[in-house]
Design a protein around this ligand. Structure first.
Ligand code: GAL
Length: 972
């Protein structure tokens, strides 16, 4: 055993553009086989140094005394461990947190020395045979280390590597001892590799994926490639498993027992994301039996379309970064499975592994449960955009070996997954020869999949025209083939690899996109940006985001832009997406009693679904029953008759709700799980009639009474209804701007949040012009306007009563030249804190004009706290749409105030004001007061997606124009 005391200057490899040295060639990854393996995950000894060469590498020598070292968990990121003792995470979007001086990195380069001591299990095959390139012996596998590592085993320097989210293996059989093995790993936060890993996420150094010792029996395959295609015309699958050693392939379910390299064609059930049929198989070589799960499917580009098994597919996708609020990108299997289950349960059918190959076990889950995967290489050089892409590594031949290494490590690792249908070269890396070299290499190695890369508008190297955040109109033009240019000549399918920026409240406009996707064959869907908020659990902030660790450069809460909150609670955005992409279209004529059902799956029929109707009177189901829908094939439509309405709903609002739910348990959700639904109105809601029979009268205490209402005679303000105190009821136009209202700084379009603030909509003044008690009404005339502006809203509150109910009609007449839409238009008031709210209207979750697809009309109930949506950065949230009536403040012995709207209104209630919500930076800044603040809105501005993408579509903007709306107050 020799120990080489390396010169600290050897840390030069850190700044070397090469991918590294000493590692074995890449090969297919598999979770297990009958060969012995030993997980080296667990507690490792750890020492952090401020620079790459502050410490010599004597720690790697057996016998080194690490007595005073700390410990970290592997897999893990050291910056998320040690309570701040090991530095902190840094979040930047595309700015490099290092000087752009490729391939050099700052001397301040946090370096983590890791030590793991292990004995071989008693039954470890002995004696360790010589490695001879892996033939017999053992390999040490690192599934992911950020950003650069050097490895020693028992004092022998094995080599070093970069490529954080890619596996690296070393031959170690000749070095293993039965006991007392010392594995030493030195990890640098920054390296030349960091220039290739400028993804929009936290910078999180560490050994963050598994470390495993694998026995490689003599005669086992170095690598194997499963080719399993499907001929949809013949209904047959063709299988060939290539391997560098001869062996057999057994597929009991197909009676296959063939030699490796041999081609066999048999009738099979194909694999698709909707019907993920896998055949259990075994690759038997001289030294090892490797379990395989084979999915037969064929991906081609044909007629300008991406086709699988002969049919075009429509991606209903998400972009998935790996994220856990405590462990960062160190994900356990349960968390990966949770992601897959959540996707399946929300009708998501595709994942882009933005922007690096995920933990390999995630792809096993995609095979098993069925998701189309765009597997993306660990490559992004976005920070070079700041210098017009000068020095971009992808256009500099010196870096090409590193790029090819990354491409090969991805393809070799993941090539046996049926779920992977497209390889992606990377993200936002500009253009250059290196990308072309990657594409050429990939095509040569695996012609059975398509190639994607968004960053080259000419699609020189790709099979798919891909864009991010193109607006609706442009996608529609592309769909119509009106986009011209180089792509017009080469007919390529189109996808939005990113759209619907799910930052904070939103994204808005998903349903409008989906309509366009479904209208044009050429548009093959999109991938919402992104799956999960990367908030870090934190005592002080709840969930921390950029800047919360004192980073000198950061991009704030742009890292929280997912459909899941950091703890994986679905946000309203995911609920909306589920509805928008539901695989069954249910339409029809409620009054006529027919439902039209269309199967929008690409492959599956509807036999897995059971349909049911319910008949609702004023929001309450009075009867339900099964609806007999045939097991339609993909694309088929059927008209189905509804029963006779079970009750006479005259004088009430009535509707059918039709639901499609799982008829039996599936792998990803239990029987009864709701997949798709629609509501078909039968009769409309009657008007709310309140004859103005009561008269305003002085109450003798300086107030005015009108029916159940008490008003201030001086200000005309409502102070109580039936003994319930009411404070500050007045017109309200302000909402705490959402991330999408604020918009991204680069957006050329109007960014409404800042415009609203400049105009002063958050500090409106209310000028009282008259309080006019009349014969049958109390009229209060006001002008509502911001300081320093001439625009205003002349607002008249007209109160009437029938003696028991109080009706308010608000008339708003704009004055001046309003250049911006309003955030909201309605009234706001405070009530003494009460718990429960009941309403008839849209629910159960929040909705805004362009995020209302999933809002289901019905009777709902919630506490005020449950009405809040916990966006990581507080902002407008929680509105319920189309509310007919709401009863606020039930429970705790308090009477409820009932409000009916004419027309229907947006309802919001919270324990803080919009101003407090606006001022808060984290949820922990919000403390409930003893007033519940209620907004009843006639209008809300849509949400859009302008935190990165397009703004609010014109039809969802709250234009300033004359408006009139009423509310009726009473106590039930
Ligand atoms: C895209 C990028 C993503 C993410 C997103 C904004 O440009 O590819 O990584 O930064 O914008 O959240």
């Amino acid at each position: 055993m020799s120990f080489r005391n390396t010169d600290p200057a050897d840390a030069a490899y850190v700044e070397d553009v090469s991918p590294g040295s000493g590692a074995l060639p890449p090969r297919a990854w598999y979770a297990s086989s009958d060969a012995a393996s030993l997980s080296l995950n667990g507690r490792w000894r750890f020492r952090l140094s401020p620079t790459a060469d502050a410490e010599d590498d004597s720690f790697a020598a057996p016998g080194y005394d690490c007595g005073d070292w700390a410990e970290v968990a592997v897999p893990g990121h050291w910056v998320l461990q040690g309570d701040g003792a090991f530095g902190a995470p840094v979040y930047t979007n595309h700015r490099y947190p290092l000087p752009v001086d490729p391939p050099r990195v700052p001397t301040e380069n946090p370096t983590g020395d890791h030590l793991r001591f292990f004995d071989l299990p008693a039954d470890w095959p002995a004696p360790a045979a010589p490695d001879a390139g892996g033939e017999g012996g053992a390999v040490l596998r690192f599934d992911g280390v950020e950003s650069c590592a050097r490895v020693w085993l028992n004092g022998t320097d094995l080599g070093e590597f970069k490529g954080s989210r890619l596996p690296h293996e070393f031959a170690v059989g000749h070095l293993l001892e039965p006991s007392g093995n010392v594995l030493a790993v030195r990890v640098h936060q920054w390296s030349a590799g960091s220039y290739l890993e400028d993804q929009d996420q936290w910078w999180l150094p560490g050994v963050f994926r598994d470390v495993t010792l694998l026995h490689r029996p003599a005669g086992s395959a170095l690598d194997f490639f499963v080719h399993a295609s499907y001929d949809h015309r013949e209904g047959t699958g063709t299988l060939r498993v290539d391997s560098d050693v001869d062996g057999r392939v057994l597929v009991p379910g197909l009676d296959i027992d063939v030699e490796t390299g041999q081609v066999i064609t048999v009738p099979v059930r194909p694999w698709t994301a909707e019907t993920p049929h896998l055949y259990d198989a075994t690759l038997v070589t001289g030294g090892e039996r490797v379990p395989l799960r084979i999915g037969f499917r064929t991906v081609v580009l044909e007629d300008g379309l991406i086709k699988v098994n002969g049919r075009p597919v429509l991606f209903k996708g998400v972009n998935r970064h790996e994220w856990h609020p405590e462990h960062g990108r160190a994900l356990d299997l349960a968390t990966m499975r949770e992601d897959v289950l959540l996707m399946k349960r929300h009708n998501v059918n595709a994942v882009r592994t933005s922007h690096y190959p995920p933990h390999p076990a995630f792809l096993d889950l995609c095979d098993e449960y069925g998701l189309w995967v765009i597997d993306e290489c660990d490559l992004e050089t976005h920070g070079f955009t700041g210098q017009g892409w000068r020095d971009n590594p992808v256009d500099d031949d010196r870096w090409t070996p590193a790029l090819l290494d990354r491409a090969a490590r991805m393809v070799e690792r993941d090539k046996n997954h049926p779920s992977v249908v497209v390889w992606s070269l990377g993200n936002e890396a500009g253009t250059g020869r290196g990308l072309t070299a990657m594409a050429e290499w990939i095509r040569g190695r695996d012609g059975s999949r398509l190639i994607h890369y968004e960053g080259d508008a000419n699609c020189r190297d790709t099979d798919v025209y891909s864009r991010m955040y193109a607006d609706h109109a442009e996608v529609d033009r592309i769909g119509r083939g009106l986009d011209g240019g180089p792509l017009g000549r080469r007919r390529l399918p189109f996808i939005l690899c990113e759209y619907g920026h799910a930052m904070g409240n939103g994204p808005g406009g998903l349903a409008d996109y989906q309509r366009i996707f479904e209208e044009h064959d050429r548009i093959q869907g999109g991938f919402v940006w992104e799956w999960i908020d990367h908030g870090i659990r934190d005592e002080r902030y709840g969930f921390a985001y950029g800047g919360d660790f004192g980073e000198e450069l950061h991009d704030g809460n742009f890292v929280c832009d997912g459909l899941l909150f950091p703890d994986r609670t679905p946000s309203p955005g995911l609920v909306e997406y589920k509805k928008v992409v539901e695989p069954v279209r249910i339409e029809g004529d409620g009054a006529g009693g027919t439902v039209r059902v269309t199967n929008t799956f690409d492959f599956a029929d509807l036999s897995a679904l059971a349909f049911a109707w319910s008949y609702e009177v004023d929001g309450e189901a009075v009867e339900t029953g099964a609806l007999d829908v045939p097991a339609l094939a993909p694309g088929e439509t059927a008209d189905v008759k509804l029963p006779e309405p079970p009750v006479d709903g005259r004088g009430a609002e009535t509707r059918w709700t039709v639901r499609a739910a799982l008829a039996g348990d599936s792998a990803w959700a239990p029987r009864g799980h709701l997949v798709a639904w629609a509501q078909l109105p039968v009769s409309e809601r009657p008007l709310v009639s309140v004859p103005a029979s009561a008269r305003p009268a002085p109450d003798g205490r300086g107030g005015i009474t009108l029916g159940p209402g008490v008003f201030s005679a001086r200000t005309g303000e409502l102070t109580a209804v039936d003994g319930i105190d009411v404070v500050g009821l007045k017109l309200d136009v302000w909402r705490a701007p959402t991330d999408n209202d604020d918009g991204a700084s680069w957006q050329p379009d109007a960014r409404h949040g800042p415009l609203w603030r400049t105009l002063g909509l958050h500090r409106m003044r209310h000028r009282l012009e008259a309080v006019e008690p009349g014969e049958d009404a109390l009229t209060v005339r006001t002008r509502v306007a911001p300081a320093a502006a001439e625009v205003g809203l002349r607002t008249v509150y007209r109160w009437t009563s029938d003696g028991t109910r109080l009706r308010l009609t608000v008339s708003v007449a704009p004055e001046g030249d309003w250049q911006v839409p309003l955030p909201r238009l309605g009234i706001r008031f405070g009530l003494p804190a009460g718990d429960r709210v009941r309403w008839h209207g849209g629910g159960p979750g929040e909705a805004y004009p362009d995020t209302a697809a999933a809002s289901m009309l019905g009777r709902w109930e919630a506490t005020v706290d449950e009405l809040q949506t916990p966006y990581v950065r507080p902002q407008e949230n929680g509105a319920r749409a189309d509310v007919r009536w709401a009863e606020i403040g039930q429970g705790a012995g308090r009477p409820a105030l009932r409000v009916e709207g004419e027309p229907e209104f947006w309802f919001t209630a919270r324990r803080w004001t919009s101003e407090q919500l606006d001022a808060a930076e984290h949820l922990t800044d919000l403390t409930p007061g003893d007033t519940v603040w209620v907004n009843l809105d006639h209008g809300q501005q849509g949400i859009g997606s302008q935190s990165c993408g397009p703004g609010v579509l014109p039809r969802y903007r709250l234009r300033v124009r004359p408006a009139e709306f009423s509310f009726v107050f009473s106590t039930p």
